[in-house]
Write a protein that binds this ligand. Structure first.
Ligand code: ADE
Ligand code: ZN
Length: 322
């Protein structure tokens, strides 16, 4: 069997960032919003670097205005994930794009998203759980609103809290209140760290936010002591190799540290981040890792076991997906 066809567990997928360009263009057309500036002639998303990527991301989100838009989005992204062999996915959903932090509005978005999740489970055989995500460059005050929304809707579908956005803005610890609030509500925690920030950002995330997983985390490789610490503590990395290459962290997959982190005993998993932005899919990530490092079925079986173990869902769901 080709590695692309294996069943897959994905822990790091941005709900809006997974939107197929054709879907965003269709909504833009329906709402008469001009988004031509964010697309290349071949209809792929156009950006120069990470800062520009975040702007293009926000622009694409302009068309996602109602719970119904998110219902359609959810079906579209889960159909695509399932077609790539994904059987379980955790998507990052931001109250910032779903009602702007207003709890009542957020509850309506959550309802629509999870109704679509149920429909996708029946139709495509994929299980989705959600990690509510604050956006770092929007600052700690908006993050508090997101944490409040997350805490109020925590349950068997909303299972985690995390943070994305520009790692260069502020410190991880500025968001400690939000992570504490989410933890007290029973949510499990992850944050983007060690993507554009170096080893100190990874240390801060573990120490100041108490996360058990890290979005990316790959720049920990720059500090051998930190690599040992992550391995010892069993911190799980949500590694997105294709994203890291397209955003310029590494020149190609062969230069990516996922193999070295794994060899050092760090728990690594594989995800796509924002697949259409980075011209990737889960099948493609597997193929690239197979080509670069010779990973075969037993390697991916181990990666998926790690991912399922680190998933934030309840035990019943884990057993059903396994
Ligand atoms: N939001 C969406 N994709 C992201 C990434 N790769 N890093 C930080 N924030 C993001
Ligand atoms: Zn991400």
């Amino acid at each position: 069997m080709s590695v692309a066809a294996l069943p897959k567990v994905e822990l790091h997928l941005h709900h809006e960032g997974a939107a197929p360009p054709a879907f965003i263009r269709q909504l833009a057309h329906e709402k008469k919003i001009d988004l031509s500036r964010i697309f290349r002639a071949d209809s792929t998303y156009e950006f120069r670097d990470f800062a520009h990527f975040l702007l293009v991301y926000d622009a694409a989100c302009e068309v996602l205005q109602t719970p119904e838009d998110f219902r359609r989005l959810t079906l579209a992204i889960l159909e695509e994930s399932a077609a790539n062999g994904v059987v379980y996915t955790e998507t990052f959903v931001s109250p910032d794009f779903c009602g702007g932090g207003d709890l009542k509005a957020w509850q309506e978005y959550v309802h629509a998203i999870h109704e679509a999740g149920d429909e996708a489970e029946r139709k495509f055989g994929i299980t989705m759980r959600s990690v509510v995500t604050c956006i770092r460059h929007r600052g700690p005050d908006l993050a508090r609103l997101s944490a409040h929304c997350a805490a109020e809707t925590a349950g068997d579908r909303i299972v985690g809290f995390g943070m994305g956005g520009n790692e260069g803005m502020g410190k991880q610890g500025d968001f400690a209140w939000s992570f504490d609030c989410a933890r007290e509500a029973g949510l499990r925690l992850t944050t983007h760290a060690g993507e554009f920030g170096g080893p100190d950002s990874v240390r801060d995330a573990v120490r100041d936010l108490g996360v058990e997983r890290l979005g990316h985390g790959v720049r920990a490789i720059e500090d051998a002591d930190l690599v040992h610490e992550l391995a010892d503590r069993g911190i799980v990395l949500e590694v997105c190799p294709g994203s890291n290459v397209v955003l310029g962290l590494y020149p190609d997959i062969a230069a990516h540290p996922i193999q070295r982190l794994r060899e050092a005993g760090v728990k690594v998993t594989v995800s796509t981040d924002d697949p259409p932005f980075f011209h990737t899919t889960m099948a493609r990530e597997y193929e690239m890792l197979n080509a670069a490092f010779g990973w075969e079925e037993p390697d991916f079986a181990e990666i998926n076991k790690t991912a399922l173990h680190a998933a934030f869902c309840d035990e019943d769901t884990r057993a059903r997906v396994a």
